[in-house]
Design a protein around this ligand. Structure first.
Ligand code: GDD
Ligand code: MN
Length: 373
């Protein structure tokens, strides 16, 4: 290969060691005559995917690897892979051969010949199909696609597709606005672009996974909702604040439940009950945030203990600020009416923002995750 690659195929991987050699040989066959390279972006898979890629790369300069440590996430991996190549055309494809590599030359020619920003491999245009999908997964896919129409301005038939090719310029245009959360990188690109994208959907049939297992689990649905939130409310508040505040709200119920049981049920003193309830609610909040809000930076092992300590410390200060501000406002009151609600709300908001800001920096600082899932 003289000169740089024309086309880079970015392949995110997590536990795909058995599929790697197949992907490379499929690409070599499908892209004969094209100056291509493949960039595997592996999130430190325990099955040794990265080592398999390195072994192949030793034989073939078209094979490249980006290994990410302490991080997880399909969309984020795709973004880093796209940034790691200098090729003018960049495709994203799964490692399990469910995407049809034979479509890549068509995608490339379409993109080269027509004034388009992006070409999408689609299961929902004439000639494409979901292949052997179960009824309920087909339904879930349709529901998610319908939901995406809320934020998507383009008539994209398969916005959930993980198989597409775009021009480098489009990456440069949107990369700073991508939310990078979850699975839906294509949707993310469409929503983040500040203009209608010129796109075309090419049909293909979604294949059967060759080896390994799917990583699409219940959390993926949560991430999908988070990404949609980020794209709608994210302009006004940090995305993670929304689940953080929601979980905080749940914590209030936990608090009241524990307090009620100890104070009313076991006749503990109010101070004892309130202290225990606060600790339980904080712990509950800590674990839920670690599971959902900071899924991608999840703390484990000793990191969990450290995280819990810093979380309770931060939130204790937040509680003092909350009560202090609410009390101050309450006494500064014109007296009577609904002023108590306003005072309490102001205290809660200040406390929540403090808790969020401090724990985002100290408890779940970027790079704090102890190990990948
Ligand atoms: N680096 C990295 N990090 N790669 C990941 C991660 C991750 O956290 N999670 C999954 N992958 C890789 C997998 O190894 C695979 O190559 C690809 O991303 C897709 O993962 P699958 O687990 O095979 O997903 P799927 O088949 O259920 O879903 C696919 O089809 C959907 C269509 O409904 C994906 O292409 C989705 O993006 C697509 O929406
Ligand atoms: Mn798959």
């Amino acid at each position: 290969m003289s000169g740089g690659a024309q086309l880079a195929v970015v392949v995110p991987t997590f536990n795909e060691s058995a599929n790697i050699p197949l992907v490379v040989s499929r690409l070599a066959t499908a892209l004969a005559g094209v100056a291509w390279e493949v960039v595997f972006v592996d999130d430190d898979s325990p099955d040794g995917t990265a080592a398999v890629v390195r072994a192949l790369a030793a034989q073939d300069a078209r094979v490249r690897l980006v290994q990410r440590v302490g991080r997880r996430g399909l969309a984020g991996a795709c973004i880093e892979g796209m940034l790691a190549t200098t090729a003018p055309y960049v495709a994203v494809m799964d490692a399990d051969l469910q995407h049809d590599a034979d479509l890549l030359p068509d995608m490339l020619h379409t993109l080269q010949a027509q004034a388009l920003d992006i070409v999408v491999g689609s299961r929902h245009v004439a000639g494409g199909s979901l292949g052997a999908w179960s009824e309920d997964r087909q339904l879930a896919s349709r529901v998610a696609a319908r939901l995406s129409q809320l934020v998507l301005k383009a008539d994209l038939k398969d916005p959930m597709s993980g198989f597409f090719m775009l021009r480098r310029e489009l990456i440069d245009e949107v990369v700073r606005d991508l939310s990078g959360i979850g699975f839906k990188i294509l949707l993310d690109i469409f929503i983040s672009a500040k203009r209608p994208l010129r796109f075309k959907e090419l049909p293909y049939t979604f294949g059967v996974r060759i080896a390994g297992s799917s990583k699409l689990d219940a959390m993926v649905a949560t991430e999908y909702i988070l990404m949609l939130l980020d794209k709608t409310l994210g302009r006004y508040v940090p995305t993670r604040f929304i689940p953080f505040a929601f979980i905080g709200g749940l914590g209030v119920f936990v608090h009241m439940g524990v307090l009620w049981a100890l104070f009313r049920g076991l006749e503990a003193s109010f101070v004892a009950g309130q202290t225990a309830a606060t600790l339980v609610a904080m712990t509950f909040n800590f674990f839920l945030n670690n599971l959902f809000t900071y899924r991608d930076r999840r703390l484990r092992g000793w990191g969990l203990l450290r995280g819990w300590l810093s979380f309770t410390l931060a939130c204790s200060v937040g509680a003092v600020a909350n009560v202090g501000i609410a009390t101050y406002l309450f006494h500064a009151a014109p007296s009577g009416g609904l002023w108590w609600i306003i005072s309490a709300t102001a205290g809660i908001i200040v406390g929540a923002v403090w808790n969020y800001a401090v724990t985002a920096v100290y408890t779940w600082s970027p790079g704090s995750a102890t190990s990948a899932r």
